[in-house]
Design a protein around this ligand. Structure first.
Ligand code: GNR
Ligand code: NI
Length: 165
């Protein structure tokens, strides 16, 4: 299993670079990310969270956990509407807050073999893709909160980290 970085770890602020090579090492990383995500358990995981700074994310928002989706070099090419969803994050454990995002998005990406992938998403899938793509540019859902709330979250997590150190 891969180790998940936790806020306020500065490595979570790293901007990921595009994936250029679709080799065995990449396939192994994708498999390890799915295993880590399902075990957590979580509905998504961005490479940034496991300290790999490449544009790669995995997710599965299905009830049955039978709809794995890996997106490589994803780009949002269209968005519309808005929705508010109570988000959580494996890198910000125990914290949940409402975040407003686009209701529908269209994403162009590549699959694990490097083939072009076109994804039209709404609802929770759209929320999750936007949340994961934020990780790839060093952004966390707590960045949408007021500075005061974000500071409270940081203090709470630093206290928790000290308690388990
Ligand atoms: O497991 C997760 N659940 C979740 C719930 C609401 C909105 C977004 C998410 S993503 C999160 C896993 C995670 O931290 N991915 O980066
Ligand atoms: Ni997250």
């Amino acid at each position: 299993m891969l180790t998940i970085l936790e806020f306020p770890d500065p490595r979570l602020r790293t901007k990921a670079k595009p994936v250029a090579v679709f080799d065995k090492a990449l396939q192994g990383l994708i498999d390890a990310m799915f295993a880590t995500m399902y075990a957590a358990p979580g509905i998504g995981l961005a490479a940034t969270q496991v300290n790999v700074h490449q544009q790669l994310l995995v997710l599965d928002v299905s009830e049955e956990k039978n709809a794995p989706l890996a997106l490589i070099n994803p780009k949002i090419v269209a968005r519309d509407g808005s929705q508010v969803y109570q988000e959580g994050c494996l890198s910000v454990p125990g914290i949940f807050a409402d975040v407003e995002r686009a209701e529908r998005i269209v994403v162009e990406a590549q699959d694990r073999a490097g083939k072009p992938l076109h994804v039209e998403a709404d609802g929770l899938l759209a929320v999750c893709i936007q949340h994961e793509m934020d990780h790839l540019v060093g952004k966390l859902f707590v960045d949408y909160l007021s500075p005061l709330k974000r500071e409270l979250v940081r203090k709470k997590l630093e206290k928790a980290h000290k308690a388990t150190a």
